[in-house]
Ligand binder design. Structure first.
Ligand SMILES: Cc1ncc(COP(=O)(O)O)c(C=O)c1O
Length: 425
């Protein structure tokens, strides 16, 4: 199937979303292609949302969607989560950003130091991108070496050095070397090729961009040890996967990172980034008289983000994690069954509540991206929202009934795709 085929699924989408079409046309006049975020777009135009509550999104045409994406896994408890709404309402009259430390910062910092393994201190920033950028800056400063090793296709935010290995961008001499996620030898080879130059290895514990890829058994602890033996810092980018245990993926996979980066849902729906590490490592910020590391940011630790983040982290319990992981498994099971009955070959991959869904080419078993995107559009028509690249990230607001409804809707969407493909041949 080609990217440009128009199907009954497209026609249905146009019929359901005239308000989105109109607003996207208007948006394109004041924002490039009407967007302000590359990955949220899809053809013929993306849905324009109007509001969200719990696990429900509503678009400008009044269509309702079960949200299985949680804004790219940045909403752990769904939209307009009651305790966060109340906390923000109570805080608003106090103002939003002050030029110094606040009680809210201290409370959140203490909570994070209790929850994040190997973290004795934290530093606040505003996004996951800022957190990983700061981790790189910290690693380079402490080691006085420049090179960072990261994985091909690993995503760590919108920062040049960490976009190496994405969209065909190769290594940048002296700044970033590439290895293959899950292949320990490729990291060892990169360390050997660049002996004496490497400041840090940065890794996403479950590679999420492109095709969701869980780590092979034992890979992450072995990579951590490799970094230790080579004398380079081990940076765990847990922006997405801090959801995998109360202490995030360090707890889940048995790791003790030198630097942990947090973002996404850590701000409770507001933009917050966090860099966490040992007190010794973190003492370099401002304090080390020999080599102080400058780190500014007018909104670092702003009041609303601290309050929302504290509530989001406090309210994610091991029981919640187990429940949404079970829901993820159930949905993946439903998909496998639907694949069998509709004859559309599918692959799902991931860990618990975070996984990817792909339609496969019946002939070679490779991912059929146009068909995968068609399934996404069909699912939107059927009242579901997940990531354009097939990404699912479940939130704690999802009820078992919504999961059952989502399973049924996905089955219908798959049948729509099966029909559209048959129509073409
Ligand atoms: C693993 C990972 N790190 C960092 C980031 C960057 O976070 P932000 O979009 O808040 O800048 C992302 C965003 O998707 C991410 O997935």
């Amino acid at each position: 199937m080609s990217e440009h085929d128009k199907t009954a699924i497209h026609e249905e989408y146009l019929r359901l979303t005239p308000g989105s079409a109109k607003l996207m046309e208007r948006a394109a006049k004041s924002m490039p292609r009407g967007l302000t975020r590359t990955l949220s777009s899809f053809a013929p135009y993306p849905v324009v949302f109007e509001r969200g509550r719990g696990a429900t999104l509503v678009d400008v045409d009044g269509n309702r969607y079960i949200d299985l994406f949680s804004n790219g896994m940045s909403l752990m408890h769904g939209h307009a989560y009651g305790p966060i709404e109340d906390g923000l309402r109570a805080a608003l009259p106090r103002g939003t950003a002050w030029p110094g430390t606040s009680d809210a910062q201290v409370e959140f910092a203490e909570l994070l130091c209790r929850r994040v393994p190997a973290a004795e201190q934290v530093r606040f920033a505003n996004t996951g991108t800022e957190a990983t950028m700061l981790a790189v800056k910290l690693a380079r400063h402490v080691t006085q070496r420049q090179l960072i090793i990261k994985a091909w296709h690993g995503y760590h935010g919108s920062y040049d050095d960490l976009e190496v290995g994405l969209q065909g961008q190769g290594e940048v001499a002296g700044r970033v070397a590439l290895a293959t996620f899950g292949d320990l030898d490729s990291y060892a080879a990169a360390l050997e090729r660049h002996a004496g130059e490497v400041a840090a290895i940065i890794v996403e514990p479950v590679q999420y961009t492109g095709v969701v890829t869980p780590p092979p058994e034992g890979f992450l602890p072995a990579l951590r040890e490799l970094a230790r033996e080579a004398g380079v810092l081990f940076v765990l980018d847990d922006c997405l996967m801090f959801r995998l245990a109360e202490g995030g993926s360090a707890e889940r996979f048995g790791l003790d990172a030198d630097i942990t980066c947090l973002g996404k849902w850590i701000g409770g729906g507001l933009p917050v980034g966090v860099v966490a590490g040992s007190a010794e490592l973190m003492s370099i910020f401002d304090l080390d008289p020999e080599r102080p590391l400058y780190h500014g940011g007018s909104f670092n630790g702003n009041l609303l983000g601290m309050i929302a983040g504290t509530i989001a982290v406090r309210d994610l319990t091991a029981a919640d994690i187990a429940r949404i992981e079970g829901q993820g498994e159930k949905l993946r099971g439903e998909l496998a069954g639907a694949s069998e009955t509709t004859g559309v070959p599918l692959r799902t991959s991931g860990v618990g509540s975070a996984f990817g869904l792909y339609v496969l080419d019946g002939a070679d078993g490779e991912i059929d991206w146009p068909a995968s995107r068609l399934l996404h559009l069909a699912a939107v028509n059927r009242g579901l929202y997940y990531g354009v690249g097939g990404e699912f990230g479940l939130c704690t607001a999802l009820t078992d009934l919504e999961i059952a409804q989502a399973g049924a809707a996905l089955r219908c969407a798959l049948a729509d795709v099966a029909e559209a493909v048959v129509d073409r041949v």
